[in-house]
Each structure stands twice: as C-alpha cells, then as structure tokens.
Write a protein that binds this ligand. Structure first.
Ligand code: SF4
Ligand code: SF4
Length: 441
C-alpha cells in the first residue's frame, strides 16, 4: 500500500512547492517521527498558501494523512501563523477527530517558514548546518505540496498551482493557474502593470529573484508569487545592483556594527552564521578573520540582514550567498555542531509588520482577490526542469495532441527528478531542449 502511494506521488510529478522543488516521493521514503506541514507562508504580500488553506483545508489534511502513511511517522503537525485566523479555523475543523494530526500556532514573524525555524518551533530540535531535517527525525512539507500529494493519491497529476500576482498591478490577485502559463499573461490577468519602468520578482519580495526578461518566464511548480515593483524601488536596486559596486561601497561603509548578525535567525539558532564577519573578511580580503570558515553554509538566504538589519544600506545577504555558493561548488561540508540557541531568540524575532515597513512594501501589502480558476490560456510552456535533479526527457513530439494531465516528460532512468504533465488540452507546438510548448485546442 505504502509503495503504491509513493508511486502515485512520483508519477504525478509532486515536488516541494514552497522551496527549490525537491521531488516529494524521494523525501517520503525516509522514516521521521514527525511530519511538519509548513503552513507559515512568511514572505510579505504572498498569500497563495493562505487562500489554499482557507478553501482546501480538508485536501491538505488528506495529504498529511498520505504523508504519514508513506513515512510511518507517529505524528503530523500543521504549523500555521495564528494571525491567519480563517486558515487556522479551517485547518482546526479539518483535523477534528484525527488522532495523530495537530495544529501548532506560530508567531507572525519573518522567517517563520524557514525550515530550521519551523522545526525548532514545533520540536525544539536544531538541524546541524549542511544536514537535512531527517537528521533530527523530521520531514517538512509545504501546504501546497500536501495539496498535490492528496490530488496525486486520487490519480491527478500536478498541472496547476496557486500564485499571488501583486505589487504595482491594477488588480492584485491570488489565483489557481496552469503550470507553464506565461508570466506576461498573468500580469494582464491582474489588470496590467501600473508603472512604466518596472521589475518582476518571481517568489517573495525577500527571497525571490528579479526576472531578467519577464517575457521569457513561465509559471513552474515552485512559483508562488509574481510581484511587480518600480525599477527604482530599493528592493529591486539591492537585488540587481552590480556586485562589485556593492562590494566597493561595503569596503568603506560597513562599520562592523554587528546588527546583521544580531538579527540573523540562523545565528540565533546557534548555527554560527555571522554576516558581519563575512563582510569584514570580504572587505579586508582576509578569510582568516572567520572563526568558522564553513558557517556561511548555514545561511538560508532569508535576506533579513540586508533588508532589515543593515542601517548602512548594504547587502550582506548577497555576499554571504556568494560565499555559500563557492563553498557548495567546492563540496565543502561543515563540521560544526549547533551551539546553544540564543536565550533571547523570541525577543529577537522580527515581526512581519516591521519587515514590510522597513522594506517600503506597505503600499503593496494589500488584500489580493482570490480567484479559484481562470480561462485556459492560449499557450503554456512547461519547463523540463522545475525541480531538484535531472531534467525530464520529452516523450511527445511537435504536432501531438495532448490531454490535460497527460505525462509529456519523464525522468531519465535511475535519476532523481519528477515527470511533467500537460497543464492544458491542446497541441504540442514546440519541443525545445528546456521546454515543451502546448497551444490550446
Ligand atoms: S549591519 Fe551593515 S554595517 Fe553593520 S556589520 Fe552588518 S553589513 Fe556592516
Ligand atoms: S540572509 Fe542574512 S539574516 Fe538570513 S540567514 Fe543569511 S546571514 Fe542570516
């Protein structure tokens, strides 16, 4: 039975919808004692999980039950922010009578949805740097992923997801859209962009990336937000400004005040992350300054040090991220055990409201309209790699007619990955090295 469920999840192409897209069937092969549903959705403006929980709590809980069955875990915990009252109410109703599934209410802080924070909040355990949650007996699955698991068990492949389209658009909305929908079509759906010179951030404002060319971007299984900001917005500037220019400024402006480290949520969990030390090492070009050379591996790229911590307008998260990438490329592993959690960790939590205010996001933090379904777009482009692992191999050719939900790309034999499926009914109009295009019809 467990094997059958895992196979259904694998064939449906379920991947982590809230992170980098790790194939879910592979995660569910482990044997944790606790499965945690990450329902925190901590990035400002994004409301895709919030609406999903409000409208589909039963399906999410069914997904949790399937995850418990696959892993054999004793308990499932839905970790949700107390401030999302309607979602809490719906989840509470949906778990009624479930002996092994409970709710855990989280404070409204950023980054409450960081895997490390949520595991500590729910279990009091800390995952050592470079390890994954199973090391401490946990598996963490996002709310949208649990929704997809539940659908997969019913035989439905991943063909759509909830996306928040907001920022400088006419009608901000959170909407269920087909995978592969052009980002440009989504912006049109939201009434169009309200400013002439703008940037599109894919994902949340802190951790999302600025699209180089939004006309060449498509919704993937991990796209939770499409946010539009004026190009001169400090958020966009910090993300896109020339790296070497930022480094030059940092050399003269970083006063080693240490605020970036004091605010760092990973540092406060005892993981040794010290952005101010990285800044010092980089600006002095001297790595010997670092007490723990591998500590950058503990950074989750939450951006708090940059967008809230640094009063000098510097971007320590960009530098620490570059150091981290370098360490990962050289396959360096951390040999440090977690130190004590900061006794004042609770007091050092940064309220979400402060993040919004510090980042100049208040004008964009509006209620977005919930839309359950939309008219099928004229065309979708399904990327062959929307997950961690090997890209899919196309199993259709130009001119083929496909049905919604039909598998169009499979994982190469023996590789880690997740198949992709047609998200609309139509005709295959292009098979490229990295995508399959389907035109409605
Ligand atoms: S907060 Fe800014 S100025 Fe202070 S140490 Fe960190 S990077 Fe330097
Ligand atoms: S981005 Fe900054 S605040 Fe966030 S974990 Fe990394 S160093 Fe810490």
């Amino acid at each position: 039975m467990k094997e059958q469920v895992l196979e259904k999840i694998k064939q449906a192409g379920v991947v982590g919808a809230g992170g980098a897209g790790f194939p879910t069937h592979a995660k569910l092969k482990s044997t944790p004692d606790t499965v945690i549903a990450n329902c925190a959705e901590c990035e400002p403006i994004i409301k895709s999980d919030k609406y999903l929980m409000e409208h589909n709590a039963d399906i999410i809980v069914e997904g949790m039950k399937a995850a418990l069955e696959c892993t054999g875990a004793e308990k499932g915990v839905l970790a949700v922010k107390y401030k999302n009252k309607k979602a809490v109410e719906e989840l509470r109703r949906a778990v009624e009578g479930e002996e092994h599934i409970t709710l855990h209410l989280l404070d409204n802080y950023y980054p409450a949805g960081d895997e490390q924070q949520i595991i500590y909040e729910v279990t009091g355990r800390v995952v050592p740097v470079g390890e994954i949650p199973i090391k401490v007996g946990c598996v963490v699955l996002n709310a949208q992923t649990l929704f997809h698991i539940s659908e997969a068990v019913q035989g439905t492949a991943v063909t759509g997801r909830m996306v928040t389209v907001a920022g400088a658009v006419k009608e901000p909305m959170t909407v269920q859209v087909p995978i592969g929908m052009p980002i440009e079509s989504l912006l049109e759906l939201a009434g169009g962009v309200m400013v002439s010179d703008y940037a599109v951030v894919l994902g949340g404002p802190l951790m999302g990336r600025v699209a180089e060319d939004p006309r060449k971007e498509y919704v993937t299984k991990t796209t939770n937000g499409v946010l539009v900001f004026p190009s001169e917005h400090p958020l966009v500037v910090k993300k896109t400004e020339d790296f070497n220019y930022q480094l030059k400024i940092a050399k003269s402006a970083c006063c080693q005040c240490n605020y970036c480290t004091l605010i760092c949520p990973r540092s406060n969990l005892g993981l040794g992350v010290q952005p101010h030390k990285i800044m010092q090492a980089l600006t002095l070009n001297n790595a010997d300054i670092l007490a723990d050379g591998q500590a950058a591996l503990g950074c989750c790229n939450c951006g708090l040090c940059t967008y809230v911590g640094c009063n000098m307008g510097l971007a320590p998260s960009r530098f620490i991220s570059a150091v981290r990438q370098g360490l990962l490329a050289r396959k360096v592993k951390s040999n440090q055990k977690p130190k004590n959690v900061n006794l004042f960790r609770n007091e050092s939590k940064v309220p979400s409201g402060r993040v919004i205010q510090r980042m100049g996001l208040s004008p964009y933090d509006t209620e977005s309209k919930y839309i359950e379904s939309i008219q099928t777009p004229k065309m979708v482009r399904i990327l062959l790699k929307q997950h961690i692992g090997a890209p899919c191999t196309p199993i259709v050719k130009e001119g083929d007619k496909v049905k919604k939900g039909q598998c169009i790309g499979q994982v190469p034999d023996g590789a880690l990955g997740a198949p992709v499926h047609a998200s609309i009914k139509g005709k295959v109009t292009a098979v490229a090295s990295d995508y399959i295009e389907i035109t409605k019809g």
